[in-house]
Every structure is written in structure tokens, then in C-alpha cells.
Write a protein that binds this ligand. Structure first.
Ligand code: SAH
Length: 371
């Protein structure tokens, strides 16, 4: 409990930080109607506005020419520009695109769009920075700046959807199939905004983008209470758990929050999630040379995951600048895969798209845009 400060005592009052402006994507449909009415417009304008933003991907209110000009300028207040592109870098012949965004307060975040022959995936950030401090992750090194708002998170998806719809990515006009919360930040540490964002992603038009919840993956270090809560949201998204080690001794160092919620507890939460949602849980495991890639660790992992509704994603470590760690030797990676297969555990090795633009897993650090 907090006590009233006494005279002469130093008080630590958190500085009041301005929040990002309210955007229609922060709001449920009912809240949008109320907001529109508050602005002096008819409630049905909220539906029109939503159809434009989520359905037609209209960029600004003045392009909504089916609405009266007077309404457009009022409704524009619910569509503030929250994300300004600072820099865009592409590789893989333009099919991988990393965008650096500046938020209203100068915070920098990144998203990565990856187009494959049969689908397109957007990797979004949920926080500016991250407070989880995993030593192998570029974002973790910089610490947490702040949580992103629901509309800031959704805005990354809408921007990517526009890029695809306009045919700006090789392969012709396309759409987003998958969304992964694997950019900057720990989504389960920004729970409320992330759940709001997932709703905007999966709710059918005009409430949201109408993307299949099966195509949405929330990746977490393993915040157990939040995983339990997510299981009860009725949103069948894929849960990915960043395990990286099967034993607490090593995981305490690779994923420091493990000292709070240990491997057994995290996996129990994952199995409860799988039971409740009937969704296969992804286990993320960055293979780090001579650190977590020993065959005995693969065996231990295999025993923990055996006969569960699970899939292991092995990620060759993307070394961050100045890191003493590097990716496993190919023969160790192969042996690791074989040990897991021996236990009957489904496993794949993730491709490392976007490496040369620092857009690959764990490399998003919002480096100085002028660098
Ligand atoms: N905070 C969330 C999302 C992080 S990014 C989480 O931890 O799950 C998504 C994945 O990339 C996580 O599994 C993360 O551990 C992994 N990752 C981070 N840095 C990496 C690196 N340098 N190389 C490979 N994978 C990395």
C-alpha cells in the first residue's frame, strides 16, 4: 500500500507522460459509435469510418469522399497519424521489408513484412523497447521505453496491408495472412493493448481486419498469469513460448524472468493453453553455439515436450552487435533436430529472412535512423 508522503519527505511521482492520441482502432465498435456521437456526428458514421479504415484501408479521412466534407473533417479526429515512417529497408528482392517507425513522442519501433510465394507475414512490435533483458536479444539490451497503444500496434498491420494491396511488394497485389508478435517488446507485459489489437486484427469487418485468429501468433518469454488469462479470451491465437533452454539453471541466464516463472510452470501454462484452445503451442528455441545446443539438452527438451500438442521452432541465433555468442555449428543443429525427432517432437528450423537488414528474429533494436 502507498502511504501519504510526509512533509519534507522526498516523493517519487512518476512523470505524467502524454499518451498517444485516441484512434478508432483503440476502440470497440460500440465505443466508436459513442465517440462519433460525442463529436456531434450520427452513430452510423462509425461504421462508415471503420469500413474505410479496416476494409478499404483508406489512409486519411479526406479520402473518404462518400462522406460529407463536414463530417470528414470531424471524423479525422479519430484517425490521427500515429506512426511516421522514418526508414524502410528491403532485401530478398523486395519481399522482406523492415520499416522503422517514429511514434508521437519520438519513440522508435520496427515492423517487418515478409512475403512468401503463398502468404505474407507481418512481424509487429508491441512495446518500444523491452524490459525482459534477454542477453542475446538486441531489443532486450536497450530496456523498455513504453507500452504501445492498441492503435499503434494495429497501425503496423494496416500499413503493411496497404503496401501489399497497392502491389508495392513483388508478386502482385496481396494481403496479410499471418501476424506474429515477434517484433520489439514482450506482448504479455502490455496485455490489455495487445488483446485490443488482436481483436482489431481478427474481428470481422467493419469491426476489424477479419484476419483468421489462427494466423496470429503471440510470442512470450512465459509470463504465466498472462498466458492463463489469454487462454480464457476466446481468441484461438497461436501461443509461442520462448524457451531457449530446458533447464532452469541455463534459462535463468538466457531468459531472466525464468527466476520468477520457471520452466515447469511455464510449460504447464502452455499445456493448459493448448488444452483450452486446442491450438498447438510453438516452442521457440534459439540455437546458441556451445551454450544451449548440446545433445543432452535436446534430449531433456524432448522428454519435456514428448506427447504434447507442440511444435518446436529452432532459430539459428542472429548474433547481435558485440555479442560473444553465435549460431550453432550445422552438425550440432542437425543433431539437435534428430534428438527431438527421436522423441517424436515435431520440429522445424526457422529461416533467417531479413538478416542483412537487421530485420531477423531478435535483431530489432530501432538503431539510430541516420546510422
Ligand atoms: N518478447 C517476445 C517476443 C520476442 S521476439 C518473446 O520473447 O517471445 C521473438 C523471438 O525471437 C523470441 O523467441 C526471442 O527469444 C527470439 N530472439 C530474440 N533475439 C534473438 C536472436 N538474437 N536470435 C534469434 N532469436 C532471437
Amino acid at each position: 500500500m502507498t502511504e501519504a508522503p510526509q512533509a519534507g519527505q522526498l516523493t517519487f511521482i512518476a512523470p505524467r507522460r502524454a499518451k498517444p492520441q485516441r484512434h478508432l482502432a483503440d476502440l470497440t465498435m460500440a465505443e466508436r459509435r459513442a465517440a462519433v456521437v460525442e463529436l456531434g456526428e450520427k452513430a452510423f458514421r462509425a461504421d462508415q469510418l471503420s469500413r474505410h479504415y479496416f476494409g478499404k484501408l483508406t489512409e486519411s479521412a479526406d479520402q473518404m469522399t462518400d462522406l460529407p466534407a463536414a463530417s470528414r473533417s470531424v471524423l479525422a479526429q479519430l484517425m490521427p497519424d500515429l506512426l511516421s515512417p522514418v526508414r524502410e529497408i528491403t532485401c530478398d528482392n523486395g519481399t522482406t521489408r523492415k520499416t522503422l517507425w517514429k511514434l508521437f513522442d519520438g519513440s522508435l519501433v520496427e515492423s517487418v513484412l515478409m512475403r512468401y510465394p503463398d502468404r505474407a507475414t507481418i512481424c509487429v512490435s508491441s512495446q518500444a523497447g523491452c524490459g525482459m533483458n534477454c542477453p542475446f536479444c538486441a531489443t532486450g539490451q536497450a530496456g523498455l521505453t513504453r507500452n504501445m497503444s492498441t492503435a499503434e500496434i494495429v497501425g503496423q498491420v494496416v500499413a503493411a496491408a496497404r503496401t501489399l494491396a497497392r502491389g508495392e511488394v513483388p508478386g502482385g497485389p496481396g494481403r496479410i495472412n499471418n501476424i506474429v508478435f515477434m517484433g520489439m517488446g514482450e506482448p504479455m507485459a502490455n496485455y490489455k493493448a495487445v488483446i485490443g489489437a488482436v481483436h482489431r486484427m481478427v474481428d470481422p469487418s467493419p469491426d476489424g481486419l477479419g484476419i483468421s485468429a489462427r494466423g496470429v501468433t503471440v510470442s512470450t518469454v512465459g509470463l504465466v498469469p498472462a498466458i492463463a488469462k489469454l487462454a480464457n479470451e476466446g481468441l484461438p491465437v497461436t501461443l509461442a513460448v520462448s524457451l531457449h533452454a530446458p533447464d532452469d539453471e541455463l534459462r535463468d541466464t538466457l531468459v531472466p524472468i525464468n527466476t520468477r516463472w520457471q520452466v515447469a510452470e511455464v510449460l504447464d501454462a502452455a499445456w493448459a493453453y493448448a488444452a483450452k484452445t486446442k491450438r498447438r503451442v510453438s516452442i521457440e528455441y534459439a540455437l546458441i553455439k556451445d551454450i544451449n545446443d548440446q545433445e543432452w539438452r535436446a534430449d531433456l527438451l524432448g522428454r519435456l515436450l514428448k506427447n504434447k500438442l507442440v511444435h518446436v521452432n529452432l532459430i539459428p541465433l542472429n548474433p547481435t552487435p558485440g555479442s560473444k555468442w553465435t549460431a550453432s555449428r550445422p552438425e550440432d543443429e542437425r543433431a539437435f533436430v534428430h534428438r527431438l525427432e527421436h522423441h517424436g517432437v515435431p520440429v522445424t528450423v526457422r529461416d533467417t529472412r531479413g538478416r542483412e537488414i537487421d530485420g531477423a528474429c531478435g535483431q530489432l533494436a530501432a538503431a539510430n535512423p541516420t546510422a
